[in-house]
Design a protein around this ligand. Structure first.
Ligand SMILES: Cc1ncc(COP(=O)(O)O)c(C=O)c1O
Length: 377
């Protein structure tokens, strides 16, 4: 079956590209001793975990179902973190996680006794510094609820925890900027870290970006873990899955209301939400920077401002033509929704040996089921 036979919209994950990223992860691990746990919040299409598992040490989570999914489908170490646990959540995940990381001192005090003897206990600290392009995604933003700040720390609590987690980066491609954050952590928290077994430095370190100096990062991580005598972790999501996946769509109409808009059979609001939330236009495989023909690539949702990007092409677009929206895996499939009753993209994986595996497919019954299971009578 050729790819043109697949009905759009669909995601196509490319195994070779995924392995390129994973080989970089392996290099980082070998050179630094850091352990890597996949952040399921970014990517949890478990149908391709068999490709990822041999390279990483486990998974980390941001809510109770992710813990369960990581335990069931990824294996290795399962880290459980949530911004806010209910007591039921803690009881449900305590038996299946290896590390339980609380977001606040009040949650730690309330639930510590439920974890004792079951999992290693950690606390998220907020270092007060960060690398993040947008305020919405900045863990160190004013009044941040993410982690305990230094001046609120009840220091004796370090006797009751095994590790801490800092997450302060968002798509950080600058190794020196990361090392500066690491130095700040070492200075501010170093004396306390020395008492711990492990430290997680969270996600957002873009070590798979072309040209990223992995050896420099590895050396800095190694120094840090030797200095404080801790096992270090990183929690990569985007770095693992970046540049591996296209969202393939079809042009269903072209309208001209002062500017030409090609309307495609997908929508950012339903299928690529971060394009909208972060106002970051998508990139298209078929676009050409100096192309003669410019189009808005418009969504088929009802939201007036819902568009993928503005792009130029060497040839005029045609109805029925397919477009590949690049880099559409991280924080994308995990956020799919049924707004407007649009057809949900299928998921495929282009394997290294040439075959295409079907990973997921949806139909009307899935749409209906998410809306109600029972009706009033
Ligand atoms: C605590 C934590 N760990 C890991 C990640 C994964 O980050 P990324 O996908 O940017 O690597 C995030 C992202 O928000 C996070 O909040």
């Amino acid at each position: 079956m050729t790819n043109t036979a697949f009905r759009t919209p669909y995601f196509m994950i490319n195994e070779d590209k995924l392995i390129d990223n994973l080989e970089k992860a392996k290099r980082l691990k070998e050179a630094s001793g850091v352990k890597l746990v996949l952040a399921l919040k970014c990517f949890s299409t478990w149908g391709v975990f068999d490709i990822i598992k041999p390279y990483l040490d486990g998974s980390t989570s941001s809510g109770p179902y992710e813990v369960k999914l990581g335990h069931e489908t990824f294996g290795g170490e399962t880290h459980a973190y949530s911004v806010g646990y209910s007591e039921d959540d803690v009881r449900e995940v305590a038996d299946i996680c290896d590390k339980m990381i609380f977001n606040s001192q009040s949650q730690l005090h309330a639930y510590h006794h439920l974890i004792e003897g079951k999992a290693s206990v950690g606390l998220r600290l907020n270092p007060g510094v960060s690398f993040a392009g947008q305020d919405l995604a900045d863990p160190a933003r004013q009044f941040s609820r993410l982690g305990v700040q230094m001046d609120h720390l009840d220091l004796p609590l370090f006797d009751s925890i095994d590790g801490v987690m800092f997450h302060m980066n968002c798509e950080n491609k600058d190794v020196d900027a990361f090392i500066a954050l690491l130095d700040t952590i070492s200075q501010r928290f170093g004396a306390y870290l020395d008492q711990l077994e492990w430290v997680s430095l969270g996600g957002g370190v873009f070590f798979t970006w072309p040209g990223y100096d992995i050896d420099k990062l590895a050396a800095a991580l190694k120094d840090f873990s030797e200095k404080h005598q801790v096992q270090l972790y990183l929690e990569p999501g985007e770095a693992i899955i970046t540049q591996t996946t296209d969202l393939v769509v079809t042009v269903v109409d072209i309208v001209d209301n002062g500017k030409k808009t090609a309307i495609v059979d997908s929508a950012t609001e339903a299928h690529r939400l971060d394009t909208l939330i972060y106002n970051e236009p998508a990139s298209l495989l078929e676009a050409s920077e100096n192309g003669e023909y410019e189009y808005i690539i418009g969504s088929c949702s009802c939201l007036a401002g819902d568009q993928f990007c503005v792009a130029r092409f060497d040839e005029p677009l045609k109805i029925g033509q397919r477009l590949h929206i690049l880099d559409s895996a991280g924080y994308t499939m995990v956020k799919l929704n049924w707004f407007n009753g649009l057809r949900m993209p299928s998921v495929y994986c282009q394997r290294s040996h040439g075959e295409v595996d079907k990973i997921n497919e949806f139909d009307y019954s899935d749409f209906k089921r998410t809306l109600s299971r029972w009706s009033t009578h």
